[in-house]
Ligand binder design. Sequence first.
Ligand code: N01
Length: 543
Amino acid sequence: EANLTSPTPGGKNVTDVDVVVVGAGFGGMYALHRMRELGLSVAGFEAGDDVGGTWFWNRYPGARCDVESVDYSYSFSAELEQEWVWTERYPAQPEILRYLNHVADRFDLRRDFRFGTRVMAAHYDEQDRRWAVSTDSGQHVSAALCIFAIGNLSTLYVPDLPGLDAFEGRILHTARWPADGVEFADRRVGVIGTGSTGIQAIPAIARGAGHVTVFQRTPNYSIPAVNRPLTSAQLAAIRADYPARRELNRRSRSGIHVDRGSQSALTASPAERADEYARRWAMGGGANFLAAFADLYTDLDANETAAEFVRGQIRQTVRDPDLAERLTPKGYPIGSKRICVDIDYFETFNRDNVSLVDIRESPIRSVTAHGICTEDGEYRLDDLVFATGFDAITGPLFAIDICGEQGRALSESWADAPHTYLGLMTTGFPNLFLVTGPGSPSVLSNVVVSIEHHVELIVGILESMKARGYGTVQPTAEAEADWTDHVDALAQQTLYPRANSWYMGANIPGKPRRFTLYAGGVDAYQAECERIVAAGYPGFTFE
Ligand code: N01
């Protein structure tokens, strides 16, 4: 008989459950729903005050998903698919948060989540073969299984700028934006960071602010979103064919079905290339643009043709040629930092109330009471907005005291780099599941597709354990080492390692640099997983 239910209660004030789910974003909500469907008792914890995860926290002006709404949504319920009305091609944060609230209501998910509660520790007890989980509000839970659905971009990063404490204005981080918004009228706003977030926030802030000064370290490649309302006819056509659309997404490289060019950019003539880039530029979207040719992610010369097209667009858009030059990305391949998608980003620099400070040329020396001092002088500011991103991938896991067999900390086990089997489990941490962990396509993909896939993999493993009478599962050390080598070999075939990106850990001082996501594509990854499931889970040890 499977031993997935609790043995006798542990100690005083300890609640026994089958499963702890950490996080109530897209991943945790679906994990909780599926665990319940298996008949397991679940305790869910969420640091935010409600569901939403990323979309709960990231309420900055201009926050929007750069995957199309109809694809960035759950596929598990046909009724949900049919009833929810998306209103725009690219959904804005409030609409996604409304959707997730609707899902929580519809499937009664809040009942088993404790909100405003941060999981602080999860320790494995080898005797009991159970996880002891504790929270910042003093709960202690004993669970047979732990599912960490805490996101890869949830531990925010603020650079340690000298003098920051002395700043007398407001300090904001885009990922902790106040729910009731921020008024910038007549204020001088400084924005640090020009990644996906900064590129979305800067145009939106500039529309309502007195003046915006953008402190740019690295110019970024960005493709226009070409956002538009979704008409009821368009939505009806998508709904009529939803299962086929979902299947195409699952069989695609990035979890979004796009028309993928099969030709090398280098065999196309310059005129053919220009036409193809212009066509995709006009259609909008990052995944679509970078699918123009087969080798944009793998061949530097091919990539350069796409990069140069984007540079040309920036030069055409930004009226002041010197400013255009400073906004033009150089020295790293397009797509090797995550491609940005924007609404009027480069156009925004034609506004009178927006200026750019290149902090590569003149680095920030310090923050003062009234602004920022660079080597060129002081910029007076009323507000300082950090769009400086996250300690990605391992950051959220290392922020929790997770200890597996023999009391070994995850942060110690992964000190050099994360190593997993399938991005789902790691050796020495039995029954601990990661939703979209390192070693899976994760944040390289339409993450909702990858989330649903991972939760279904977990369900399959648990069903198999139940049928075979096992209580624990973990990867073998050998399978994990082979998978990690495989992930590394795939990364080396791409241009990803050539940028200073959060993918590489390069944004966090002192973090080891390594590309740890599965770069072989959602299609190849899911096929590998299917083979492993069909073969009876080789690489996993069950006891
Ligand atoms: O963070 P980032 P983000 N001094 O790390 C700069 C997802 N996302 O929040 O490039 C000065 O990309 C840093 O400069 P540099 C998406 O996956 C999705 O923008 O390191 N500047 C960079 O410009 C995305 O990739 C959507 O030189 C400093 C910026 O801060 C991920 O989240 C929307 C600095 C950080 O960029 C993270 O995006 C938004 C310093 N000390 C985000 N430190 C969707 O549409 C850092 N910077 C779904």
